[in-house]
Ligand binder design. Sequence first.
Ligand code: HEM
Ligand SMILES: CC(C)=CCC/C(C)=C/CC/C(C)=C/COP(=O)(O)OP(=O)(O)O
Length: 307
Amino acid sequence: MNPSNTSAPADLATRPVPSKFAQFYSLTKPRVVQLIVFCALIGMVLAVPGVPAWSEVKLALIACLGIWLVAGAAAAFNCLVEQGIDARMKRTSWRATAQGQISNPLTLAFSAGLCAVGSAILYFWVNPLTMWLTFATFVGYAVIYTVVLKPLTPQNIVIGGASGAMPPVLGWAAMTGSVGPEALILFLIIFLWTPPHFWALALYRVEDYRKAGLPMLPVTHGNEFTRLQVFLYTLVLFPACLMPFVFKMSGWLYLAVAVALSFGFSWYGWRLWRNYSDALARKTFRFSLIHLSVLFAALLIDHYLVY
Ligand code: HEM
Ligand SMILES: CC(C)=CCC/C(C)=C/CC/C(C)=C/COP(=O)(O)OP(=O)(O)O
């Protein structure tokens, strides 16, 4: 057992131990990675004008698999590195690595295995550019964000967010063998979305982060400053979300959805800034997930309506 799990909350003791498969699967942070792969898929869809040929559908599915495996590997590596921190935080103390249910060599082998298989799929069945960009994203999140930036600076998630924003670029590269300006617009949207997404959560989890000794913005700069940053980022994100329409990547349906979602997110940001409660911060975090999922789904639907 990992000695650090002595500080885990008491209710963990009463939880049934998940199966080995479930333990390994949860290390890949499945829900985050699902949205990541979905964003990559939208990059693929927008890269192919009109209705795709069967060969393009197959290529997209294979690329999704490769990106999914490497993203899961990055998440598992993060769990390995952060097991001590995870054990100190209520939200993450249940993780198999924090609980000492999976040994370090096994977690490392799992992460390396997923990364190797995913990279091989991308290299041989998609294209080398996508493999290298995906591998760079792995290093960006697993090493630069997790190991270097997270314990160092409250701007960790702003800089580290660049790796989370890469999926549409990976998707575009998978279908075209290049990186188009349209993919960079989608990158910009996720890049600007990440700070309000994460800081809304960090606001109501601030005690977790304080206990873990991590310099997240609400710990280093306080609640009020972080709320202002959340609000300002939702405002800057607003015009970025309109760019796909402005640059003719999408039509009126997307524009309507983007305006509604952006008003919604800014409205949450404004209310959070003016009148803080943990409940509202939690709702803002949840809305961030709806915002990105529905925005990208609108790009997908619009793409096939327009063509
Ligand atoms: C450096 C960038 C990011 C940071 C620091 C971050 C942080 C977090 C954290 C701490 C959670 C956990 C919430 C919880 O356990 O209650 C979370 C949840 C989530 N994040 Fe992010 N995130 C980032 C980027 C992204 C990106 C790029 C995506 C997708 C494109 C994403 C999608 C999600 C989803 C779907 C959840 C919900 C997971 C669940 O309900 O289990 N995140 N994020
Ligand atoms: C190859 C590829 C596409 C990689 C994608 C990288 C990736 C998984 C990005 C998502 C970002 C993420 C899970 C942040 C969680 O923050 P955290 O690690 O600070 O959260 P925690 O406190 O829950 O560990």
